[in-house]
Design a protein around this ligand. Structure first.
Ligand code: PLP
Length: 379
């Protein structure tokens, strides 16, 4: 019988158990499902802030909402620019448009797929307000260099850590703590989940206040029913928060298990011809990415998938600078704030079309799963 790989789409590939059931029941029986008056979301924020050693954590409804709060904190004027990567989930980019700012795509490092700081620097101009770095697949982006650039030019550095729970930057800093704002997702396909949910961390009191207000309709509840600024309802529910709290306890074990099996695969594939293996330093292994500098990733992915290995080429259908969204209007019939399609990003485009292969990774993989993947590569 063929070996089944645990998947994040089912209970065999998740860590949802009695603790989460008890958490959900506790909330339902309390009668209070809203985090405005409940205790769970506030407790989750304290536990997240403690885990990351940050002054503030803010719970919200999704990773995209978390990134929207971060863009709000960066305070672009309409038409200002935010530099980001084309190799990411659209949740990184949507909040930029939602604030009427322009996403400017910088090209990526052909080895890691993470932002190339040199490419970012070349795009900084008078309208740049922020840099949004993504720690792709769980590998730490070069945030020390990006923070230096941000400081030099008076920009906000936002870290999208949706795929990089407990990943660490060189020097041992948890990713999410090098920039002014770090954003996390609790969506079904992340390291830990409550279905949908988001968290933001920051050490800045003023930014934390701004983001809290935006997530609650600009309603300063310490004052009364005053709407002091523009905002939406991005509140996390108590049900989400209670499940997320139980998941947060399990997070270190999830990342540790992924690191252990990833190390086994790295060892098995060491020296493989035509393949660049990922650098394990600080990696949180959301996926296990491989780069084929000579191309051929789609053919290899098809062969591996045919052998029952959860492998895919490219990660995206096209990098986000090539997405169809740029061909149409943004609001109504207006294309504001865009003027023309994004510039090419040749390295990102080559990775997606030819060079990048990703293997789904999971904390429930056993040595047998790893060895089956290695066998797919002839090891
Ligand atoms: C999943 C993801 C998001 C969006 O998070 P949601 O919770 O799905 O809104 C943003 N950025 C990256 C890199 C992601 O992987």
């Amino acid at each position: 019988m063929a070996l089944t790989f645990p998947s994040m789409a089912g209970s065999d590939g998740r860590t949802l158990g009695d603790e989460e059931v008890a958490a959900a029941e506790r909330v339902i029986r309390s009668g209070m499902l809203s985090s405005v008056w409940g205790t769970e979301a506030r407790a989750l924020e304290r536990e997240m802030a403690e885990l990351y050693g940050s002054r503030h954590a803010i719970a919200c409804s999704s990773g995209t909402a978390a990134l929207h709060l971060a863009v709000v904190a960066a305070a672009p004027d309409p038409g200002d620019e935010i530099i980001t990567t084309p190799l990411t989930d659209f949740g990184t980019v949507a909040p930029i448009l939602a604030q009427n700012a322009v996403p400017v795509f910088a090209d990526v490092d052909p080895v890691t797929g993470n932002l190339d700081p040199g490419a970012v620097e070349a795009l900084i101009g008078p309208r740049t307000r922020a840099i949004m770095a993504v720690h792709l697949f769980g590998a730490p982006a070069r945030t020390a260099e990006l923070r230096a650039l941000a400081d030099e030019h008076g920009l906000t550095l936002i870290e999208d850590c949706a795929q990089a729970w407990l990943a660490t930057s060189p020097g041992g800093h948890p990713v999410g703590t090098v920039g002014q704002v770090g954003c996390f997702s609790l969506q079904q396909w992340k390291h830990i989940t409550c279905g949908d949910g988001g968290l933001v961390i920051t050490d800045d009191d003023r930014l934390a206040h701004t983001m809290r207000l935006f997530a609650d309709k600009g309603w300063d509840r310490a004052v009364g029913r005053h709407h002091v600024s523009f905002g939406l309802n991005y509140r996390m529910t108590e049900l989400q928060a209670a499940v997320a709290r139980a998941q947060l306890v399990k997070l270190p074990g999830v990342v540790e298990a992924r690191r252990r099996t990833a190390a086994r695969l790295l060892k098995a594939l060491d020296g493989l011809d035509g393949v660049r293996l990922p650098d394990p330093e600080g990696h949180a292994w959301w996926l296990f990415p491989l780069v084929l500098p000579g191309g051929g990733a789609p053919e290899l992915a098809e062969r591996l998938a045919g052998a029952g290995i959860p492998a895919r080429a490219g990660y995206l259908v096209e990098p986000l600078n090539r997405a169809p969204v740029w061909d149409g209007p943004v609001y109504g019939t207006s294309r504001f704030p865009l003027d023309g399609p994004p510039a090419p990003c040749p390295e990102a485009e080559r990775l997606v079309a030819e060079n990048l292969l990703v293997i789904d990774w999971n904390e429930h993989y056993t040595d047998e799963h790893v060895d089956a993947v290695a066998a797919g590569f002839g090891r």
